[in-house]
Design a binder for this molecule. Structure first.
Ligand SMILES: *[C@@H]1O[C@H](CO)[C@@H](O)[C@H](O)[C@H]1NC(C)=O
Length: 295
């Protein structure tokens, strides 16, 4: 009975927020792992600013290659046990309800899938060594990650649809993807058509044709509308550089983001929040701290 008493005040608060035009708070996702100067994974989670932390990158996989993790200066994955200290940090994140994902691909690296069988064997590897399976030795220790992020950028889209289907078939694996904003994405187009992705964080940077520029969000809003009406996914995130230095183009000042761009897109499609590249730049500029609560 007592619980019911909570509802009228909550409803009143929501009504007031709605009337005042206050943005409903979305989530913030951040990439961590590509700069040794960005602080620890646990510090990122303890900041309280993120709902998703994406460990980047598994930069070599597929074509029968032994998968290779690259975590810049954080640890040396080629040295056995070097990165297993991250297991307790992953648990720290998960105990706060933060989802921790492993990102496949990235701007460099050597990856690609040669067949459906190859995709299935990569899915088995990811399950055994990073997710709920029990391969040994596990590069990040015993902690099970929540899911897998596809940051495929090399233009070869073959068999990522197979990989997405195989991972989802394992059960309870969150799938996310980071396509570039021109639609359709050259690397992730067929994978996204499976409809298997929970969150899609679209990279609205280094892509002048669909990014924010000079106070103008027309191209961004048009691309957002195309993406959210063409792809079936749980929710869509606006992927942004966390500082001017984080990308060649597409930076949006915090005030422009919360005052203009978010209000322009949040009612279009299934808006989930923003994704930031990367934790390193976010530490420098506190971008997430400034926009949290208004995205
Ligand atoms: C980040 O900015 C927010 C909002 O201005 C502020 O409350 C917070 O203390 C800042 N965090 C850091 C680490 O500077």
């Amino acid at each position: 009975m007592a619980a019911n008493l909570k509802w009228p005040p909550v409803l009143a608060l929501l009504l007031v927020a709605g009337m005042a035009g206050i943005a409903s708070a979305g989530n913030i996702a951040v990439y961590w792992g590509q700069n040794g100067g960005e602080g620890s994974l646990a510090d990122a989670c303890n900041s309280g600013n993120y709902a998703y932390v994406i460990i980047a990158f598994l930069s070599t996989f597929g074509n029968g290659q032994t998968p290779v993790l690259n975590l810049a200066g954080h640890c040396d994955p080629s040295s056995p046990g070097s990165c297993t200290f991250l297991s307790s940090e992953i648990q720290t994140c998960k105990s706060q309800g933060i989802k921790v994902l492993l990102s496949l691909g990235g701007g460099g690296g050597n990856y690609g899938l040669s067949s459906t069988d190859d995709a299935n064997s990569v899915a088995n590897y990811l399950w055994d060594y990073y997710l709920g399976g029990s391969g040994s030795p596990r590069p990040l220790g015993d902690a099970a990650l929540d899911g897998i992020d596809f940051d495929i950028e090399n233009g070869n889209s073959a068999h990522y649809d197979d990989l997405a289907n195989a991972l989802k078939a394992k059960g309870s694996v969150m799938l996310t993807a980071a396509p570039q904003c021109p639609y359709p994405d050259a690397s992730l187009g067929p994978a996204l058509q499976t409809g298997q992705f929970d969150n899609v964080w679209i990279q609205f940077y280094n892509n002048p044709g669909c990014s924010y520029a000079n106070g103008d969000d027309t191209n961004l809003v048009n691309a957002w509308r195309t993406w959210t009406s063409s792809v079936t996914a749980g929710s869509f995130y606006l992927g942004l550089p966390a500082s001017n230095d984080a990308a060649g183009s597409g930076y949006i000042a915090p005030g422009d983001l919360t005052g203009k761009v978010i209000p322009d897109i949040q009612s279009i499609g299934s808006y989930g929040g923003i994704m930031l590249w990367s934790r390193f730049y976010d530490v420098q500029k506190n971008y997430s701290g400034q926009v949290k609560g208004s995205v």
